[in-house]
Design a protein around this ligand. Structure first.
Ligand SMILES: [Fe+2]
Length: 254
């Protein structure tokens, strides 16, 4: 198993301009006012409808449909601030599993499109995913970014600090640094396995993230076998996962 798949992906110029203009004031507001350095940004009532009605969504669905991915995903955005002081290297963010409706539903995978920011941000995964039985995982309560008096929950690794949690999880099993290139390629990333996005804070970062709930195996793995029949028939393990998809996607680009 490789927890990501990179494919060529771009919007038409008009659509990309619309998306960037539409998201700019939200990013600006986030940079100035949000309490957290990075977050899955909540939209207020109706604001997201413009995105569902837009050519952005139409072009996403069109391109994914052509590849056999037919689930209509939920539109989300991740916004990361430009920080005055970068995080210390190596950058290690909080390992977690993506859930929604609290922790009752798991986000199986996302299709992440870079709208702004560095294109070499590292994502890492661990072969840890059994939320019910793995004693390294638990559910924690945390204050909501939009209203600190309300709480939300998430599934993450036990430990008081991020450093403790990385110790408990051990070395990641997979890593990728070429998941996105601005309006050139984008990636499916598995989010029901423990993962972390090691962002530095050097530059602001905006990700259009399409959230899926169908299974990775029957969607992305099937697509991988169609796109790369030769590579998929080889026994590719975690050690070679970093090179495999990045190389394959650049071949596809060329
Ligand atoms: Fe995540």
């Amino acid at each position: 198993m490789i927890p990501y798949l990179t494919i060529p992906f771009s919007f038409s110029k008009k659509t990309l301009d619309w998306a960037k203009n539409k998201i700019a004031p939200i990013v600006d507001d986030y940079q100035k006012n949000a309490p957290l350095d990075a977050a899955l940004v909540e939209f207020h009532n109706g604001e997201l409808q413009d995105w569902y009605d837009s050519n952005v969504y139409k072009e996403v669905l069109g391109q994914l449909n052509a590849l056999g991915i037919t689930e209509k995903p939920t539109i989300q955005f991740f916004i990361y601030k430009k920080l005055e002081k970068m995080y210390p290297f190596p950058w290690r963010s909080n390992p977690h599993i993506d859930t929604y409706k609290g922790v009752s539903e798991v986000t199986t995978y996302r299709f992440n499109v870079l709208l702004d920011g560095d294109d070499d941000t590292e994502m890492v995964w661990w072969n840890i995913h059994d939320r019910q039985n793995d004693s390294r995982l638990h559910t924690v309560k945390f204050p909501r970014p939009d209203d600190g008096t309300k709480f939300s929950v998430r599934c993450q690794v036990v430990g008081d600090t991020t450093e403790d949690r990385w110790k408990t999880a051990g070395a990641p099993d997979w890593s990728a640094t070429k998941l996105a290139k601005y309006n050139t390629w984008a990636s499916f990333v598995r989010t029901d396995y423990l993962h972390a996005l090691n962002w530095s804070g050097k530059n602001p970062r905006v990700i259009l993230s399409l959230r899926f709930s169908e299974s990775w195996d029957t969607n992305v793995e099937v697509l991988r076998r169609r796109l790369f029949p030769m590579a998929s028939s080889l026994a590719i393990g975690p050690a070679s996962a970093v090179v495999s998809t990045a190389q394959q996607s650049s071949v596809t680009q060329g």
